[in-house]
Design a protein around this ligand. Structure first.
Ligand SMILES: O=C(O)[C@H]1NCC[C@@H]1O
Length: 355
């Protein structure tokens, strides 16, 4: 067995959403700040993203995280998130996976029933509290970066779907969020393919019609994920949602490329962004729990703990609580004679990847 590359990983899922935590890939990433590291990954390490997420080592629903050294004194580590649509600065489910892996394997020593983990990301430093019992992480509360509304009910012209009102919101990534009824669908797991297609159609339209740039981190721009949710929240009720992650290049003039995969979790960044929209509409107060259910019935509990500003924009301070489970430990090898040094995709289960 010869290998030109060997990467250690801890396989985890957070409320159903898989996250492969790469614990020995930090040496591949250059940059003195997390923003520089995110940019370096986008410009130089897309082969690594494809190697890990595509076949034969990955699958369409998989995300991964590179654990890096911290950049701020006092932080435990940094993260760069690998998704099927590209590298992203922040992810709720992947942060829960990273914290669960780090505490359960001793990368960050458990310091009692509430162990605080401080994590550097390209959109700011976040804290997470691991709720620990006898070495097991029972749940993780992520104190996410501030979330804010860019525009509510933006009338997006979507091919095949017509005009769809979407909220353009930020919760660690930029989202377009729409009511699932407005695209003629229900949150039925058996309709996963149609939901993924609707989300990809909305993303294609958002990429063309919506220009968004993070006020403090210009490297973070453009709508990256689409949420379809059940609708306006009524007090005492849970909302349900699904988030569509594009898993190919969305080519403007090739509708066959417009598809994706559904987040199996309720999506932490999406829940944060949705809470910002609900707060802006007067439907979610500070300190009130927001139970968010995924397409497979798993749950995050969100909560707003206060308000702030991001640049000129009013923003809210979201927390997300969810559970992660370690499913395996792995070492991923690349043999120098492997004919697929950055993996491959096939049109039976993957979107076309484009040129
Ligand atoms: O929880 C989240 O924020 C996400 N889950 C996969 C895609 C998003 O990053």
């Amino acid at each position: 067995m010869s290998a030109q590359l060997a990467l250690d990983a801890i396989e985890v899922h957070a409320e159903g959403e898989p996250g492969r935590i790469l614990t020995s890939a930090a040496g591949l990433v250059q940059g003195g700040t997390m923003t520089e590291r995110l940019r370096y990954c986008r410009e130089n390490l897309d082969w690594l993203r494809r190697l890990m997420l595509h076949e034969p080592r990955g699958y369409p629903g998989l995300c991964a995280v590179i654990l890096t050294a911290p950049v701020n004194p006092g932080s435990d580590f940094g993260i760069v998130v690998l998704e099927q649509g590209g590298f992203t600065p922040m992810s709720g489910s992947n942060t829960i996976c990273a914290v669960t892996a780090a505490v359960e394997t001793g990368i960050v020593p458990a310091e009692g029933p509430e162990t605080t983990v401080t994590i550097d990301t390209a959109v700011g430093t976040v804290q997470a509290v691991a709720h620990v019992s006898e070495g097991k992480v029972l749940s993780v509360t992520v104190v996410n970066v501030p979330a804010f509304v860019v525009e509510l009910d933006f009338p997006l012209e979507v091919p095949e779907l017509g005009t769809v009102p979407v909220d353009i919101v930020f919760g660690g990534q930029f989202f377009a969020q729409a009511r699932v009824a407005d695209v003629g669908l229900e949150l039925d797991p058996d309709k996963g393919r149609e939901l993924a297609r609707a989300g990809a159609l909305i993303k294609m339209a958002a990429l063309e019609q919506v220009n968004v740039v993070h006020p403090l981190t210009p490297e973070v721009s453009g709508v990256s994920l689409i949420m379809l949710h059940t609708g306006d929240r009524e007090a005492g009720k849970q909302d349900r949602n699904t988030v569509v992650l594009s898993n190919g290049k969305l080519l403007p003039h090739d509708p066959s490329t417009w598809t994706g995969a559904l987040d199996r979790s309720p999506c932490g960044t999406g829940t944060s962004a949705r809470m910002a929209a609900l707060h802006a509409r007067g439907q979610l107060g500070i300190g009130e729990d927001f139970l968010h259910q995924s397409i497979i019935g798993s749950r995050f509990v969100g909560r707003l703990t206060g308000t702030t500003t991001v640049g000129e924009r009013p923003a809210v301070l979201p927390t997300i609580t969810g559970r992660g489970w370690v499913t395996g430990r792995s070492q991923w090898l690349l043999d120098p004679s492997d004919p697929f040094p950055d993996g491959y995709t096939l049109g039976d289960i993957w979107a076309p990847q484009g040129p």
